[in-house]
Design a protein around this ligand. Structure first.
Ligand SMILES: NC(=O)c1ccc[n+]([C@@H]2O[C@H](COP(=O)([O-])OP(=O)(O)OC[C@H]3O[C@@H](n4cnc5c(N)ncnc54)[C@H](OP(=O)(O)O)[C@@H]3O)[C@@H](O)[C@H]2O)c1
Length: 289
């Protein structure tokens, strides 16, 4: 009988040594948290993209100052608007100038809009759907040839989509309601499952993460409008908001050999807050992002 204690090279199970990653929405927030994790886990190149070139450049400078990178490893700024086909094509072409392959695509860029039901604007709904759903699809479609280049059954490439607990339950309601956002985040979960089946045979695994509240630029305003950071932390079963390491741990797991049989999954990173809304004894959480 095989030795069931014998794990193949356990020390390298979570390593991303030599991997090439692209992070959309990488200039700040959860994308920048993930980019830092990818580099510190051993990636050789991490491409940072968002609309503003200055923001990408400054994120890259910050990442390249990290003290514990692999020799020669670096972050590279590739600004683009990932909500349009022209923007995604420009992104792929900029990345292709530096590499012939991509191992990890973190399709993370997203936007939200809060407004009451009666006045919720068509333009905001469209903008959110363009970036959060169409842009995610286009990024995966246009990066697929680069993702396929080095992918094998034993070492598949990875796509991680940032959805939200708003896509699993109910997002913000009332005056700052997030109808387009919540619909977009449910849509990308479905997209991720469909693409997991479509792209699995090409050795590209597709998974979604569903963060709860993380106090980033996007979330802080809404957190403050709905009771404040401390109140939201106190309501959480885990008694805190999300931290950068919570994103780091999950994206490294999903991108590493440890996650190489996880495909089509949806991972909540919310301290259990989603389930608190369905208990009877506690006051309901008014909104989730
Ligand atoms: N923070 C939370 O509590 C939370 C919870 C659940 C899910 N999420 C999701 O997590 C993801 C990251 O959010 P975050 O909280 O880190 O927000 P954030 O701090 O506002 O960061 C958003 C990032 O997306 C970029 N971006 C915006 N529009 C873009 C476009 N059209 N093309 C390319 N990049 C664009 C922004 O840079 P530019 O302005 O330079 O383009 C920025 O880098 C989003 O998908 C969000 O929905 C966040």
């Amino acid at each position: 009988m095989a030795d069931e204690t014998a794990l193949n090279d356990f020390p390298s199970l979570f390593s991303l040594k030599g991997k090439v990653a692209v992070v959309t929405g990488g200039s700040r927030g959860l994308g920048l948290n993930a980019a830092s994790a990818f580099l510190q886990a051993g990636c050789s190149k991490v491409f940072i993209t968002s609309r503003k070139a200055k923001a990408c450049d400054s994120a890259v400078a910050q990442l390249n100052r990290l003290p514990n990178l692999e020799p020669g490893a670096r972050a590279i700024s590739v600004p683009a608007d990932s909500s349009t086909l022209a923007g995604v094509e420009s992104l792929v072409s900029q990345v292709s100038r530096h590499t012939e392959y991509v191992d990890i695509l973190f399709a993370n860029a997203g936007a939200t809009w809060g407004e009451a039901f009666d006045t919720h604007p068509e333009s905001a709904f469209q903008k959110v759907m363009d970036l959060n759903v169409k842009g995610v699809f286009l990024c995966i479609q246009k990066f697929a040839p680069l993702l396929q280049k080095r992918a094998t059954v034993d070492d598949p490439s990875r796509v991680i989509i940032t959805s939200s607990v708003a896509g699993l339950g109910v997002g913000a309601t009332g005056p700052q309601a997030t109808f387009g956002y919540s619909a977009s985040k449910a849509a990308v979960i479905a997209l991720g499952r469909n693409l997991a089946v479509e792209l699995g045979p090409r050795h590209i695994l597709v998974n979604s993460i569903c963060p709860g509240w993380f106090p980033t630029k996007m979330a802080t305003g809404l957190l403050e409008m709905t009771g404040g950071l401390e109140k939201h932390a106190a309501r959480n079963p885990n008694k805190r908001l999300g931290r950068p390491e919570d994103i780091a741990g999950v994206v490294v797991y999903l991108s590493s050999r440890a996650g190489s049989h996880v495909n089509g999954a949806t991972i909540q990173i919310d301290g259990g807050a989603l389930w608190k809304t369905v208990t009877l004894e506690d006051e309901p959480v008014e909104s989730k992002l």
